[in-house]
Design a protein around this ligand. Structure first.
Ligand code: GLN
Length: 446
């Protein structure tokens, strides 16, 4: 079968340089399944799919790019996996990511960084870097990622791919290894907006195993939405921190949108300076609590089992987790501790509410809010990783959607210095299908 053999040949040729996969399945196995699933039928009958390595796959190792879970093989599938398998998809492998999805460049992976197929000196963004790189490299057209603060959109943008962070509650998180529950969603990354819509429609929907899900049925082929009369707000005060080259690509596309009849206006999001601090305080707090279960007794790396529990846990966690994960567990535990809880955590929640209120008021004037997805071009490997604050800062545009539960798409709109540039479109809560319809239209303009 050419489809499978060509894909594996390409991976053999290119992936030693890119390293999109942590676990690549055996070609014979994949071939066998492709044949079976084609006969079985479904919307994705025999289509190869790359899956981020924090989404549980029965019988396939799921590491979260951590030494802590290096040998972990889940006994069950995440709900999204059951859904794609039912439609005939075949998982080709598990993709590289930042350890436990903590990072923006796929450099915190225990297995080493993924490189950007457009320029191997650069990162593919993160944390779903392997998923987006596997699309840019031409291995697959569809991939699953997760987005807590931009982890689908950042890599989509840096790889010239399409990515959707769905409205909170539209996609089940059952089987997603939790990082920050109140912020994250699983979502699709794809080579074009039609595939993006298709994959989203398959994974969306209420799930009794995730009480935060709501009933939502997404169209698998949303109608193309022309821009005429669309009220578009450009958030000017988050644009100020974007590279000039990116702004100029962005201006090109907004001009084209105006030519198509969109009413494009500059607007300001108040209190935007609170977004990153509140995101990181909340994300780290939730992370410290979620990651408590990895102690080498209940779950995870367990080389040490001598001494008292404190010694055992500390040694296993000390060796099993990488630097960035430890930093967040420490900060998160500090933030949540008695005496500091009100000062940091509660204040972060208040800031989150304030941002939500301000976003709502913008959505009373605009149908969508747009900005560059990322304020910078893909960083070079090593450029931001040693400076966490610098790394956190590139998430400014993307964290807004996670803090406020709304949908956001990143779509490619051009190139600067031969590197892909993405535009982010945010919409009202549950306007996912609408955003996909708009993105199908804009795709034709670029
Ligand atoms: N870069 C952000 C963080 O490290 C977002 C990561 C994500 O969306 N998983 O928290």
């Amino acid at each position: 079968d050419e489809y499978v053999s060509k894909t594996f040949d390409l991976i053999k040729k290119k992936d030693s340089g890119i390293k999109a996969f942590i676990t690549l399945r055996k070609e014979e196995e994949v071939l066998q399944e492709v044949k079976e699933r084609r006969n079985q039928g479904g919307k994705l009958a025999g289509v190869l799919l790359a899956v981020k390595d924090n989404i549980s796959t029965a019988g396939i190792r799921t590491t979260c790019a951590s030494k802590m879970l290096e040998d972990y093989v889940p006994p069950y599938n995440a709900t999204v996996i059951n859904k794609v398998l039912k439609e005939g998809a075949v998982i080709i492998g598990k993709t590289n990511m930042d350890e436990f999805a903590m990072g923006s460049t796929t450099e915190t992976s225990y297995f080493g960084p993924t490189r950007n197929p457009w320029d191997l000196e650069r990162t593919p963004g993160g944390s779903s870097g392997g998923s987006a790189a596997s699309i840019a490299a031409g291995y697959v057209s569809l991939a699953l990622g997760s987005d807590t603060g931009g982890s689908i959109r950042a890599p989509a943008s840096f790889n010239g791919a399409y990515g959707l962070k769905p409205s909170y509650g539209t996609v089940s998180r059952f089987g997603l290894v939790a990082y920050a529950n109140s912020l994250e969603q699983i979502g699709p990354i794809a080579g074009n907006s039609e595939y993006l819509s298709m994959l989203f429609s398959i994974i969306a929907g209420e799930d009794p195993r995730d009480a935060t899900t709501i009933s939502y049925s997404a169209e698998d082929k949303p109608t193309v939405i022309p821009l005429k009369g669309l009220r578009v707000g450009v958030i000017s005060n988050i644009m100020e921190s974007s590279d000039k080259e990116i702004v100029s690509i962005f201006r090109n596309i907004t001009n084209k949108m105006s030519d198509e009849g969109a009413v494009v206006e500059e607007t300001e999001l108040k209190n935007v300076e609170l977004a990153l601090p509140s995101y990181y305080v909340i994300a780290m707090s939730e992370a410290s609590s979620n990651l408590a279960r990895f102690d080498g007794v209940r779950y995870g790396f367990s080389k040490y089992n001598e001494g008292n529990w404190k010694e055992t846990f500390s040694k296993n966690r000390g060796e099993g987790f990488g630097l960035e994960v430890k930093r967040r567990i420490l900060l998160g535990s500090f933030i949540l501790s008695a005496g500091y809880y009100d000062q940091y955590y509660i204040r972060a929640l208040k800031a989150r509410n304030l941002i939500k209120k301000n976003m709502d008021s913008l959505f009373s004037k605009y149908d969508v809010l747009i900005s560059p997805t990322m304020p910078v071009l893909p960083p070079k490997i090593g450029e931001v990783i040693d400076d966490p604050v610098k790394m956190y800062a590139i998430d400014l545009n993307t964290v807004l959607a996670n803090l406020t539960a709304i949908p956001a798409i990143s779509l490619p709109v051009g190139f600067a210095s031969r590197l892909p540039v993405g535009m982010q479109i945010m919409g009202r809560y549950l306007s996912d299908t609408f955003l996909l319809g708009i993105s199908r239209f804009i795709e034709q303009l670029t």
